[in-house]
Design a protein around this ligand. Sequence first.
Ligand code: F6R
Length: 612
Amino acid sequence: MCGIVGYVGAKEAGPILIEGLRRLEYRGYDSAGLAVISPEGRLGTVKEAGKIAQLEGILDEGMPPGTCGIAHTRWATHGAPNRLNAHPHWSQGRDIALVHNGIIENAEVIRSKLSDLGYIFETQTDTEAVVHLIDEAFQENSTLEDAVLTALRQVEGAYGLAVVSSRDPGKIVVARKGSPLLIGIGKNGENLVGSDASAVIQHTKEVVYLDDGDCAVLTAEGYRVFHIEEGNVQRSVHQIEWDLEAAEKGGYEHFMLKEICEQPESIRNVMRGRLLEETGDVRLGGITLSDEELAGIRRIVITACGTSWHAALIGEYMLEELTGIPVEVEYASEFRYRSPVLEDGTLVLAISQSGETADTLAALEEARARGASTMGIVNTVGSSIARKTDFGIYLHAGPEIGVASTKAFTSQIVALALFTLYLGRRRHLSILQGRELVAALRALPDQVAQTLALGPLTKELAVVYGDAQNFLYLGRGYQFPVALEGALKLKEVSYIHAEGYPAAEMKHGPIALIDDDMPVVALAPRDSVYAKVVSNIEEVKARSGRILAVVSGDAPELIGKVDHLIEVPHTVPALLPVLTSIPLQLLAYHAAIHRNRDVDQPRNLAKSVTVE
Ligand code: F6R
């Protein structure tokens, strides 16, 4: 995820900005850059793909000394991760520089309007549209803040941004909508801005968190906050209680917990600008097939590894139910070494968080060699899988640093739902069915936020059951892959042995294991197989099993039959896996803490498996 830092004061800005960028490194990035304004009003910028150390190496080349500047670490969303697309972006006259986090949804509309006015676009980013818009707005405004305000009134989407200009030097103008930003109040005639506290904490622990719609002007002397609609506003000053190390994790103890808690936002991001309520449809700019080509898809093979493979299984249920297209899910490591039959009309879909998993990449190459058309659902922009597929959908979940995948999994499910809707609406899925799914997607981030309130309960359960040697996870239909994922999460981070099983399969073998030493997690939301799962739960109870049931809404049928009810909100069956997987992530996390494990870097595991 991108990071922002800015400084205005009496000291040399360059080294302070570089230091701030280093503090943001933990968020993951592919390029970085900074802009500094000299006291006589000269704007200098440097940016580079790769690591901050490289940027530092070229800092002295042509950079004027200055005491006011902004800097950025980029994690690509629009356009490849290279120097050109790195931030800051600047105006044609090189007198305005801007750094931006978030996604500008109407960038195409702005680009075409400004191109008609003679603006030339050099990058593939959505951000460049905003800097030219500010440049245009400067024609009718005399201050940078007024030009930024005029420009932002035309912008749709999410942003945290910081702007400097040699036309109005000695100040940084910042704005926030949907992407966090805070002001760091310096002590000795200096002020800072950061996308999170870690960027400023070395200089100050007094911060002002901006709200959505807030803008601010920072100078060496002070700062002023104003709201885009309401004018000047007061925002309270907060004291940061964390130390530097904790600040990098946003105050969370571990990246895994931070990433679990980020899910309302990561799910908003995968849907941003893509839902079309009116037509019950989605807009997917990355799907470059014509409707005719889409109609020619007769079979889909989804290939992936690990957690991404579990998301693929959920995709299989969705796609078959709502589009009628036959789907198969293949472990990438198996697919690559057999002789898969890929007849005409087969689409091979690779799902990967990192975009670099060696087996998935090889499976994709095998599919291409056999002439199949290929698609990717990938988190990392510009990664190998993203580049090797014909078209695809990005997750925009931000970097996932904890080794155990959490937020990427739920974003993958949502991306699969978007693709299902897209295909379905171009087949037989009615507008009413489309609207129902769009409405459910729209409600999902808030429901995820509600589900996160299960933190304390899952923590208690982890203490009660965290010493068990084995766990069984049971689910049916859409919940079977959730059972597999719940078991994988627990094994990975707590090292407790766990198995996921289709609930009805239990009686064909694993039922022999059940006793009161083996907790059973039963996924029992109210879907079409609810009554069947209740029967499976009774079978466990009859053998003295201890049961933790994940339900959606009330489940009176289960009272007295299970030991613990874990209640998540209800939604349509295809999206229930997003909600039911969250308590399982939390349970795994707390069990790992209970057992004193290294949660973010479990033994023997790598975040990105780039070897066979
Ligand atoms: C589990 C986990 C792994 C990955 C798998 C595929 O928590 O992280 O199972 O899901 O290695 O990785 P990607 O999605 O990067 O291809």
